[in-house]
Design a protein around this ligand. Structure first.
Ligand SMILES: *Cc1c(COP(=O)(O)O)cnc(C)c1O
Length: 431
């Protein structure tokens, strides 16, 4: 099978990974561990919602010479000398991010989604301020008010949720809570909600109570880039994004904001929450932004969404209950209670056959947090291997078979075959 150049450009690392001779010679122990990780991947299908396969081009940039460069500050205003290339690289990443997301301003330095959230809070709020965010029980990230996180420790976070009857965000409740508590910021976005948030409605509510609107769009960053999900950029004051989930870039965060907030956001990242950025990650982000602007990436994103729809339908046929009845994104969250299982049990049963998904609390979950009643799946990595709706429907059937007591060995053979199946372009085989 011949690959187009474009498919090569989006190619992901797969089981062909080998440690370099330098690594094997210097540290056989770590080289062996990484080989074992490559082998683990080759025998399984990655369905954890936040994981994906970075492209080879991204990995190459990560391993490049900027890994050593200290460049505290911003292009043109560094605290270190020798930053001409670092400056050019960061300016390129910023201009690509701005073009890709049609944003007035981009900060490409945050090391993770959570540190980007911390910077967004720091840019807009003071400790003790009231914030309205999706409750963790209904799909909020820990940076949306967990007591164990800065958000819940230093801020007064009020939680909104979804409606029990249809699983959709209860905008009436959001409006009512906003009127009652007058939050300084409203946060929209979730780790598990499979539908598109109504960004315009959130903006309207925020305007009514004179609050900032922060969109936490880490899960869907790649879908927004590809035009496969509505963009929060025209509506939110600050968008918190991640480059390692559906964007298939390096592990890292990204902030997009209005020109008016640019300086505050930049200062909140450096020097408030970080020192020197990882310039190799900035270079890899620039690569990911360029790749995400290609038609091949658009096809990849659509394949992930179509695959998730097929997966949700197959899980429903198997007796699970997909939340909201399906999905508009790469995410599927399903209640496995109707199958007489907890989420933790389902996770273990699927893992035994190499299907790696995560247990997940469902809204109004009667099960303890360590068990949960649901599972959460994402199709990003499968789509990166070239798997589409047909294969993801089969994955859903395999999961259904395992959850009704089917033998892991039979399913495992199919999983391995799907994981190693030659790709169909636009993110196909790594070698
Ligand atoms: C993934 C995610 C985060 C956190 O990203 P990290 O890089 O793991 O810190 C925050 N919010 C949402 C909605 C996410 O999906």
């Amino acid at each position: 099978m011949t690959l187009t150049d474009a498919a090569h450009r989006l190619a992901a690392h797969r089981h062909a990974w080998q440690p370099s001779t330098a690594l094997s010679a210097a540290d056989p122990e770590v080289a062996d561990l990484l080989s074992a990780e490559a082998e683990r991947r080759a025998g399984s299908l990655q369905l954890l919602a936040g994981e994906n396969l970075a492209t080879e081009a991204v990995l190459a940039a990560l391993a490049g010479p900027l890994v050593d460069k200290y460049a505290e500050g911003y292009p043109g205003h560094r605290h270190h000398t020798g930053c001409a290339v670092a400056d050019a690289t960061e300016l390129l990443a910023i201009s690509r991010a701005r073009a890709l997301f049609a944003a007035d301003h981009a900060n490409v330095q945050p090391r993770s989604g959570t540190s980007a959230m911390l910077a967004a809070f720091a840019a807009l709020l003071r400790p003790g301020d009231t914030v309205l965010a999706m409750s963790l029980e209904h799909g909020g990230h820990l940076s949306c008010g967990s007591r164990a996180n800065f958000s819940g420790r230093w801020f007064d976070v009020i939680g909104y949720g979804v409606r029990e009857q249809d699983g959709l965000i209860d905008l009436d409740q959001v409006r009512e809570l906003a009127r009652t508590h007058r939050p300084k910021a409203i946060i929209a976005g979730s780790i598990s909600y499979p539908r598109h948030p109504d960004w315009a409605a959130f903006r309207e509510i925020a305007d009514e109570v004179d609050a900032y609107l922060v969109a936490t769009a880490a899960q869907i960053t790649g879908l927004v880039a590809a035009g496969a999900a509505p963009s929060p950029v025209p509506y939110a004051d600050v968008v918190v994004a991640a480059t390692h989930k559906m964007l298939r870039g390096p592990r890292g965060g990204l902030l997009l904001c209005t020109g008016e907030l640019a300086e505050r956001v930049d200062r909140a990242v450096f020097p408030f929450t970080q020192g020197g950025a990882a310039m190799n990650e900035v270079a890899a982000k620039a690569v990911a932004f360029a790749q995400a602007a290609t038609p091949e990436f658009g096809a990849y994103a659509r394949r992930a969404v179509d695959g998730a729809r097929a997966l949700a339908a197959a899980l429903e046929r198997a007796g699970a209950r997909p939340l909201t009845g399906g999905t508009d994104t790469h995410l599927v969250t399903a209640d496995v209670g109707p199958l007489g299982l907890t989420g933790a049990q389902a996770e273990r049963m699927c893992a035994a056959a190499g299907l790696l998904l995560g247990k997940c609390a469902v809204p109004f979950d009667p099960a303890p947090a360590a068990e949960t009643s649901g599972i959460r799946l994402g199709t990003g990595a499968c789509a990166a291997l070239g798997l589409g709706p047909e294969q993801l429907a089969e994955v859903g059937e395999l999961i259904g078979g395992l959850l009704s007591g089917g033998a892991p060995a039979t399913a495992a053979a199919r999983v391995r075959a799907l994981a190693q199946r030659p790709g169909n372009g636009g993110g196909g085989p790594g070698r």
